[in-house]
Design a protein around this ligand. Structure first.
Ligand SMILES: Cc1ncc(COP(=O)(O)O)c(C=O)c1O
Length: 478
């Protein structure tokens, strides 16, 4: 089996090593007894010892592990990340753009993309994605939006896509990528949820196959890998200088003490995908289908069937209820039965399955059905999704840096309408900002925040979300 980094760590253990180096747990010898369960992995939590290479200048087993990943993903280079896709997003944008560059960014990007834009000092032009009317979820950009954006901002240098969305769904992206390429835009993709798309049909294609220049994937989300382990993939189209800039950025943003546990898990995750043959994949997906069938017998639950023209990940299942429960309330009923789902929004709950056996214990399903049976099925389902009224193409009036030096005030949410936000408003999960600093707040956005609050959403905010910080001067910045 080709697992160079894992093998090197195992060989190191065979020598019964005596640790006179960091980390302070000394191969697990010194550790809090409450964490005794960690004992079997701590000996692998080592540092850049002889034979174990160095993530920031790999020439040995880490390089070999990265090259094996590059071969699988058909990239020029694949770099291991120990700070999640977050760090990859920061590095790709900081490495490839100059301050002041106009960059098209899909409006429903993860906050790390907006932080990256801030750090890189680029001028973001936000492109609103299409909204699926049945669910109210953003599902991807339309080529017409990009065409219009290029007409307005022909000087733009790049396009940052998010593919797929958190629910594993997207509009086809081929035509967008082709159009962006024809217009010499660099195409960067946040593919946090697509590390398994390299498997091929029935999974959708990765943007890398379709012509993206860089893509970052959270291996830890959909592959069997440890949390915070990700891949940054570089296509053959990037020249040496560009690749070098990304690596320089990673050296700045990533820890100089990269975790060998995370890196070994990336080596293992790649080897794991390689071990999946057609039969195994068929069985994995048959498991998901069986669970869907079982859930469908509960009349208080409906599985969302995405439109045929969407690309959707068969390992992700979005459900909604046919009762008056919100998605958050439905999720808490799942929790009561120790079914821990990935996320909820005002209407839905997202279940994420894995690349292995997928089943739910019959007794748990039965008990869940009993609990849900207490709720009446509503005859006519209302479809009152609030679709946020972001205009399709929007340049931010102020950068986060400019905002820092301006006077600010805290106002009640409804009073913020028409003002420029000085802080982000981010429901988490999924971590996609509803409001971005520098953006003029509109009435529909406030309505959506109120609706999410009422439905029980959690927000990442330092204060209670009845107020919001805005720029004090109501000057016309936009
Ligand atoms: C679309 C998207 N991009 C980036 C991230 C950040 O990824 P990570 O947690 O690997 O840093 C997430 C996390 O949920 C995400 O959903």
């Amino acid at each position: 089996m080709n697992i160079p980094l894992i093998k090197a760590l195992q060989d190191h253990q065979k020598n019964k090593p005596i640790s006179l180096h960091v980390p302070g747990h000394k191969n697990g010898r010194i550790f809090h007894p409450a964490l005794a369960d960690f004992n079997s992995v701590l000996p692998y939590d080592v540092t850049e010892l002889n034979g174990l290479d160095d993530l920031h200048a790999p020439t040995g087993v880490i390089l070999q592990a990265e090259q094996a990943a590059a071969k699988l993903y058909k990239t020029a280079e694949t770099l291991f990340l120990v700070g999640g896709t977050t760090v990859g997003n920061l590095a790709m944008m900081y490495g490839l753009f100059e301050p002041g560059d106009v960059v098209f960014i899909q409006r429903n990007s993860h906050k790390s993309i907006f932080h990256a834009a801030q750090i890189a000092g680029v001028t973001p032009v936000l492109l609103s994605p299409e909204i699926d009317l049945e669910t109210g979820l953003a599902i991807g950009l339309r080529v017409e939006t990009l065409e219009e954006a290029i007409k307005l901002y022909p000087e733009a240098k790049g396009l940052v896509l998010t593919y797929p969305n958190y629910y594993g769904v997207s509009l086809p992206v081929q035509s967008i990528i082709e159009y962006a390429k024809q217009n010499q835009l660099l195409i960067l993709a946040d593919e946090a949820h697509a590390a398994h798309y390299c498997i091929g049909t029935p999974f959708p294609p990765s943007t890398l196959e379709l012509g993206a220049d860089v893509a970052v994937q959270s291996a830890h989300k959909m592959l069997p890998a440890l949390t915070m382990s990700s891949f940054l993939h570089i296509s053959h189209k990037l020249n040496y200088d560009m690749r070098h800039s990304i690596k320089e950025a990673l050296a700045m943003f990533q820890s100089s003490s990269a975790s060998y546990l995370l890196m070994a898990s990336l080596d293992g995750a790649r080897a794991y995908i390689e071990s999946l043959d057609e039969m195994k994949i068929t069985n994995i997906l048959a498991g998901v289908e069986q669970v869907k069938k079982e859930l469908a017998t509960i009349k208080q639950i409906q599985i969302v069937n995405w439109q045929e023209n969407y690309l959707s990940d068969p390992l992700k299942v979005t459900i909604r209820t046919t009762t008056k429960l919100t998605g958050f309330e439905l999720q808490s009923l799942f929790y009561q039965h120790h079914l821990y789902t990935e996320l909820a929004d005002e209407k839905h709950v997202l279940l994420v399955f894995g690349l292995g056996e997928n089943t739910l214990p019959q007794n748990v399903l039965y008990e869940l059905a009993e609990t849900l049976n207490q709720f009446d099925v509503v005859e006519e389902m209302t479809n009152e999704t609030v679709v946020v009224g972001h205009s399709r193409i929007k340049k931010l009036g102020l950068s986060a840096k400019q905002i820092r030096s301006l006077p600010k005030k805290k106002v009640a949410l409804p009073a913020a309408i028409g003002m420029i936000a000085a802080e982000p408003i981010i429901p988490y999960p999924p971590g996609i900002p509803i409001v971005i600093p520098g953006e003029k707040v509109d009435a529909q956005t406030i309505a959506e925040i109120e609706m999410l609050k009422q439905a029980g959403a959690k927000f990442q905010s330092e204060h209670e979300l009845k107020d919001v910080w805005v720029v004090n001067s109501e000057d016309e910045h936009e």
